[in-house]
Ligand binder design. Sequence first.
Ligand code: HDD
Length: 693
Amino acid sequence: MAISIGRYTMENQQTNQKSLDLDAARVSHDKGYLTTNQGVGVSNTDDSLKAGKRGPTLMEDFIFREKVTHFDHERIPERVVHARGSGAHGYFQVYENLSHLTKAHFLSDPNLITPVFVRFSTVAGFRGSADTVRDVRGFAVKFYTQEGNYDIVGNNMPVFFIQDAIKFPDLIHSLKPEPNNEMPQAASAHDTFWDFVVNTPETMHNVMWLMSPRAVPKSFRMMEGFGINTFRLVNAKGEFKFVKFHWKPVLGVHSLIWDEAQKVAGKDPDFNRRDLWETIAQGQTVEFELGIQVLKPEDEFRFDFDILDPTKLWPEELIPVQKIGKMTLNQNPDNFFAETEQVAFCPANVVPGIDFSNDPLLQGRLFSYLDTQLSRLGGPNFHQLPINRPLPKVNNNQRDGMHRMTIDEGQTSYYPNSLNKGEPHAARAGESHFEHYQEKVDGHVIRERSESFRDHYTQPAMFWNSMSDWERQHIIDAFRFELGKCKHKHTHQKLVDMLGNVDPELAQKVAEGLGATPPANGANPTTASSPALSMANTAKSPKTRKVAVLLESGFDKAQFDALTATLIAAGACFDVVSCKLGPVTAGDNGRVEGNQTYATTASVFYDAVYIPGGSHTEALKGSADVKGFLLDTFNHYKTIGLSGEASALLGLLPSGQKPEPGIVCESAGNMEIYANNFLAALTTGRHFERNVH
Ligand code: HDD
């Protein structure tokens, strides 16, 4: 049975310790009189203190000064990357004891509840930019374990653009708005990014992912997460294995198509944020399974790629992903700034049993996060902010600094000491503590890249080989769009030449769109493919899919009831869209409440549209709004349902009376069968076999 603990509803009887910890910082402002920050009561917060009713404001007005001064300092620097994000609380449970692999305590006991806070983000845009831009998405998870905080700071793509962290400032400078005019916002479709790409072949693999539908997720709930970098799992005997981390969404991986993404960016820039917030606010949970790929040390050199190279993935068919646990998100933050903005993730936040590899991108990341947070969060004490503080007691001799929140008692703040009987002491055997894996390191001091990092095309080609037809078309269109926005023609040609090393057909199709010359000697370097990379093979579910039901007065209520009951039973949901808000009268005088209009919503917010029969069909036939709604739904390959008299609306579609995939149309007959057919089409998702061109 679900129970409430702190602010959390948990599916079991265990306490979410982080929620209880946050309770101590939560302040309700539901009642009481206004005060200053010094606790002095304030009876008028609307008028400043003046010399005469029409006279100048007085310097002594500390109430005015305090209010305005605080306001003047309300902003902190946004993250230099991943500035726009959305957070949620939840918990993690491992499926079985993994102590043979790692001594991490939170992975040892299936009964253990580990609280988590997750932040999903876009990379390039400012804090106020749109959600549905073409971009990588951040997927950062903080586990509040009993042995301290552990962060997996990942993305929704399994590879990165560069191999060495020293190139990160160059990558991001090229991606961000151009420095002379600060354009474009939250977009890679501009000259500097592609100039960097064509001069940096190691970007090729991530660029292929960036051009794929993965870069426009339909929902944060429907994207994979990847730790990308190679880590180590270390067990109590000191044995290690290499590991890569994966998050697999229970609802499968689903994306927008580009036309939708662009329209949504204008109509609802908060589309992904709203979806996450509303799903949780409605009491539903968001679930991801944690997967690991594990590699024995002796297999380090077994593959035709270097396992330390972050521009390479480990094909799941070669090294299977074992699902080891589930993360459930079930609580929205109470305060965006205090939680989502102030949370500080860092790949160096590891717990005993999890260690780093020599991946040169990871090595640099271990430095950058804490460093950036020192300025973003205003000093060295941000670990004391409620959202960042770990569950175990922080016990050391670090003191002072900006905004220190603890009152650290005692005379000593150094080690070793006698005055405090040597406390706090260095952790002893039997007391949880971190020990670095004792890797033997031997090498010349050298500023060079390993030869084994040189192949930049085989895996992008494998990615291309693994794509379904619609994913390939998306990639071709994306390259044409992005390069089409670049003024420098030589960049077009260089990119097309690069693509020739991935696949000649891809290069040729992109070249056609750009007016560039297809490369003469292009060749796809591999026949390998990895079915796990294609979204065509993902899980499909009707759960939380959203249907627009278009109605006007005179609709057939029996048909409406039958279809909506089937949707609800399957976990889907619907809006009633009409020309005005309020009750809509059915042919039999029944009523349903219209909760959206053509002014407040649009086809792009739904997975499908349904129109029941009835005498409203005539009015709908003549409506430009209805026609536009149906056209977008058709062009975005989504399910269209027309029953009874509404079947006549088929004529509004470009296919005319011709049945096309995903159009569930029936003039009469058994509503139960009809509703199930509609549900099956809705579950399929998009019907890419439909002829929309
Ligand atoms: Fe990073 C933030 C993910 C490479 C430097 N990064 C940041 C966030 C995510 C990632 C999800 C946002 C966390 C949040 O929600 O607060 N970054 C990645 C991944 C990478 C990666 C998956 C490659 C595997 N990052 C990377 C490199 C560097 C950085 C190579 C620097 C050398 N990243 C940062 C940063 C940020 C950051 C500048 C900005 C805000 C912050 O850290 O707290 O330090």
